[in-house]
Design a protein around this ligand. Structure first.
Ligand SMILES: [Zn+2]
Length: 229
């Protein structure tokens, strides 16, 4: 992996930090971390500091799949969560990016120990037909927390992230921008669904209707753009 190639992925991470900041879905602390799997290698990049406001291309470390620092630096708070990102890439080989924040509305579900149900159509249309699962609490940086993540995502279809019990949101995607998109969609879903609790709570979309919604989406996608002059 050339430095130039590596820099492309560092740029994706620093752009993602800016994107998350400008989307205003972060908590007031701007706490978060972002990683990128480097294609064709057993390595990934991870932000070295835990405040997304402070992310630059110069404070992103390179790690192997045993969570060893290969290049760059990592602060103690971020060192705790290297395995949290590593387990995503070990468990989901299709994943190329992962994002963790304490986005407040999604985190409210995590603190309540409640999964986000598939009751808002964008969840179905954006590959989350099984909603967003939640784990039990595991102390940050512990093997227990890593095992809980692995169990929640291993072999599970129709999810793009999970809620870390009493902690926050962790999403993954084919690359970093995809993981950021999943983050934004989940936070929006959490906001809408939270509002429904003043109205009697969310109504889950029946499983057959979730499949129907995805089939329609795929039919239109297969047709592609339609134009007429
Ligand atoms: Zn956290």
């Amino acid at each position: 992996m050339s430095d130039t190639k590596l820099d492309q992925y560092k740029k994706q991470i620093s752009d993602a930090a800016e994107n998350l900041m400008s989307s205003r879905i972060l908590g007031n602390s701007s706490h978060g971390n972002i990683s990128a799997k480097i294609p064709g290698t057993d390595t990934f990049l991870l932000t070295s500091v835990s405040n997304l406001k402070q992310i630059t291309m110069d404070n992103i470390g390179l790690f192997d799949m045993d969570n060893n620092l290969l290049d760059g630096s990592v602060m103690p708070t971020s060192a705790e969560i290297i395995p949290m990102h590593g387990i995503v890439y070990k468990t989901r080989p299709e994943a190329g990016g992962a994002v963790h924040t304490h986005a407040p509305r999604a985190t409210a579900f995590a603190v309540a120990g409640m999964p986000i149900p598939a009751s808002y159509e964008p969840m179905v249309r954006f590959g989350m037909g099984n909603g967003v699962p939640v784990t039990e609490y595991g102390p940050r940086g512990s093997q227990e927390s890593v095992d809980l993540i692995e169990h929640a995502i291993d072999g599970k279809g129709q999810i793009r992230g999970l809620l870390l019990g009493n902690h926050g949101l962790l999403t993954f995607g084919v690359d970093v921008p995809d993981a950021v998109d999943a983050h934004k969609i989940i936070e929006e879903c959490a906001e809408v669904i939270l509002a429904t609790y003043t109205l009697g709570g969310p109504k889950e979309i029946p499983a057959a209707q979730r499949l129907a919604a995805q089939a329609i989406q795929q039919t239109f996608a297969a047709v592609g753009e339609q134009t007429r002059t």
